[in-house]
Design a binder for this molecule. Structure first.
Ligand code: CO8
Length: 258
């Protein structure tokens, strides 16, 4: 993993933790943080010892958005030149499961970053919103696209057009988050969930994510074909043989992630 200044990176077993670490700016996503998160995620994606990646922030903020101070004076040409978008596409293309563990503010780009992840585990202190409209801009790293796919147009449009902030309970009822847990239990639950996922067969996890992604990208026929092919290809993995043997022998599987 490369040297980083705006994030901390830790490995515990097969789980890699990326902790956003710009407390002075409530983890606002500046260009350096974007480069560090994306480079780290790509490196972890290529590492066979990693089964799942967690992205998290502090107790007060997952991330309070893109860095307003960094972009305030830019022209459109300068924004295009800086390309704040392409690297995040690479983050969203990570093949392994990515889990957002959200406490406090997940606003603007911070909310969008959470929506790039596969699973969102939220503290009951979490707050989500798209304040961009109040700044004279709009979500720019996937917010309008992913929130419509997540919760449907009418609910999504209200959030984007008003900038209204919602709490964890409302985010849960809208289907924005996977699950909400009390703040005091967030760390333990995140650890447990990430360890559980990372312990599963890596080829199966990657196949599952590819098939889930296809549901957002393709029509039903093409998605069904992709799912069937991903399912079938797993029959050439050691883990499929082990998983099914363990079932027949009434024991836990010991996956070797190949
Ligand atoms: N950018 C830069 N600095 C920030 C940001 C931010 N998004 N959010 C907070 N900070 C800074 C504050 O300026 C403050 O610094 P300082 O003490 O030097 O003034 C420090 O973090 C602490 O913040 P507050 O004092 O404001 O803390 P409060 O607890 O009073 O308020 C809030 C917390 C409500 C989260 C408040 O900080 C806030 O409203 N922040 C901005 C939220 C926002 O509007 N986010 C959307 C940004 S636009 C965006 O995300 C677009 C995404 C797509 C673009 C992709 C390309 C770049």
């Amino acid at each position: 993993v490369p040297e980083t200044e705006t994030i901390r990176v830790e490995r515990r077993g097969r789980v890699a933790w990326i902790t956003l670490d710009r407390p002075e700016a409530l983890n606002a996503l500046n260009a350096q943080l974007m480069r560090e998160v994306v480079a780290t995620a790509k490196e972890l994606d290529a590492d066979d010892g990693v089964g799942a990646i967690v992205v998290t922030g502090s107790e007060k903020a997952f991330a309070a958005g893109a860095d307003i101070k960094e972009m305030a004076d830019k022209s459109a040409a300068e924004m295009r030149e800086a390309d704040h978008f392409g690297p995040w596409l690479e983050f969203a293309r990570v093949r392994k499961p990515v889990i957002a563990v959200v406490s406090g503010y997940a606003l603007g780009g911070g909310f969008e970053l959470a929506l790039m992840c596969d699973v969102i585990l939220a503290s009951d202190t979490a707050q989500f919103g798209f304040p961009e409209i109040g700044l004279g801009v709009i979500p720019g790293i996937g917010g309008t696209q992913r929130i419509v796919r997540a919760i449907g147009y009418p609910k999504a449009a209200e959030l984007v057009l008003t900038g209204r902030r919602i709490d964890a309970a409302e985010a849960d009822s809208l289907g924005i988050v996977s699950r909400v847990v009390p703040a005091a239990e967030l760390q333990a639950e995140a650890e447990r969930l990430a360890t559980e996922i990372a312990g599963r067969s890596l080829p199966a996890l990657v196949a599952a994510k590819a098939a889930l992604d296809a549901a957002l990208e393709t029509g039903l026929e093409a998605g069904l074909a992709l799912e069937a092919e991903q399912f079938t290809a797993l029959f050439d993995t050691e883990d499929q043989k082990e998983g099914m043997a363990a079932f027949r022998e009434k024991r836990q599987p010991e996956f070797r992630h190949r």
